[in-house]
Ligand binder design. Structure first.
Ligand code: BGC
Length: 371
């Protein structure tokens, strides 16, 4: 069986497998087509602390192993130095391709220069790697669109286009070292800002950003739930006294939303009474349960299995010397070059569509969600 057919078969087979946690190097039993042993592919993920990266890593590794490649999958505990050491080790082990979900999008230049000198190809996974010529491809979801979907959801749910309001809004943004966070914020703010300007969205905390470029002033570093919770606690304690209530929170992802929802809980907000509209992204299990419980209005679901499928195809094309499929050659300028990208579509999920989108697709089992 050719590798091409194997990778397609692997995409189908792995989709049905339970995700196993794996971090070791394994030689595929399905053999290889050349005399030098299977090509090694290094997979560098940022952290095990977020559900999605565990799923991303396990899925991609499963696909590549089934396709006959050797893999090393590493998680870096959100520590940049640790990720750099892991990449250096992969280079020393003569990996053919590095797939990197970076922690700090600007910190990998020197180590990737070494990779480039050894003709190792680099795929930026989900997050763009900036300020280096040594990134060959980028595969992600349409990050600007993620923010647009969150912003538009708020507009539609509150009836802003129909003139309803004013509503109290609190905006949050993601980690300032993550290139994606800027796109998420811009997508949302381009939709929401006209209503802030017209006074239909009021921001009691004063986090009323005049320009999208100011997004780092409301960043939550490392996408930390705890930090988001303390920030929400501070805003509620300082700016919401008496009967004043927050109506809507723009949260860029689920880890922030979780902390924000805990803060709302501790301040006595109640579902069905005064619980505000909270946005999110990723369809993490805890947040999906919170959606079912009415604590989170939506999440932007990025089926990370499809990202893994696309990246596995990219890896195969690189190793086999074939053309790598991309669908965007304009958007992702890393400061040195425009990185050819493959963008996948994100999807809005609400309480009403959890079953159809997340369970029927096999992303969750019904029992994972208590359904
Ligand atoms: C990803 C999000 C994720 C966030 C925190 C971003 O780069 O695109 O899906 O929620 O990192 O890990």
């Amino acid at each position: 069986m050719s590798r091409k057919i194997r990778i397609l078969a692997a995409v189908a087979a792995v989709a049905t497998l339970a995700l196993a946690s794996a971090c070791s190097s394994t030689r595929s039993s399905s053999g290889n087509d050349d005399d030098q042993g299977p090509a090694l592919v290094g997979i560098a993920m940022p952290t095990r602390s977020l559900e999605r990266w565990n799923n991303d890593g396990a899925h991609l590794e499963g696909l590549l192993k089934k396709a006959g490649y050797e893999t090393t999958l590493q998680f870096a505990d959100n520590k940049v130095d640790q990720q750099i050491t892991q990449l250096q080790n992969m280079i020393n082990q003569k990996a053919k391709v590095l797939v990197v979900a970076s922690i700090d999008g600007t910190a990998l230049g020197p180590v990737l220069k070494t990779a480039g000198e050894q003709k190792i190809k680099v795929i930026a996974y989900d997050r763009l790697i900036n300020s280096t010529p040594n990134v060959d491809y980028y595969a992600t979801f349409d990050n600007y669109k993620v923010g647009q979907l969150q912003g538009q959801f708020i507009v539609d749910q509150l009836g802003l286009a129909q003139g309803k309001g004013p509503f109290n809004l609190e905006p949050f943004a993601g980690s300032s070292d993550d290139n994606n966070a800027k796109f998420f914020f811009s997508g949302a703010w381009d939709v929401l800002k006209p209503y802030v300007t017209s006074g239909k969205l009021v921001i009691p905390s004063g986090k009323r950003l005049e320009s999208n470029d100011d997004w780092t002033t409301i960043s939550i570093e490392q996408w930390s739930s705890q930090k988001a919770q303390s920030e929400m606690d501070n805003r509620l304690n300082s700016f919401y006294s008496g009967d004043k209530k927050v109506d809507v929170i723009l949260s860029p992802n689920d880890s922030l939303a979780l902390g924000i929802e805990q803060s709302l809980d501790s301040r006595g907000y109640q579902v069905g009474k005064d619980w505000p509209l909270v946005t999110g992204q990723d369809a993490d299990q805890a947040n999906t349960k919170n959606m079912l419980a009415g604590k989170q209005a939506m999440t932007v679901w990025k089926d990370t299995r499809t990202l893994g499928d696309q990246v596995a195809k990219m890896v195969e094309a690189i190793i086999e010397g074939q053309t790598v499929e991309t669908n965007d050659t304009k958007t992702y300028d890393n400061g040195v070059k425009i990185v050819p990208s493959y963008l996948l579509p994100p999807v809005v999920v609400t309480k009403d569509t959890v079953k159809e989108k997340l369970v029927d697709s096999g992303f969750f089992k019904a029992e994972d969600l208590g359904l």
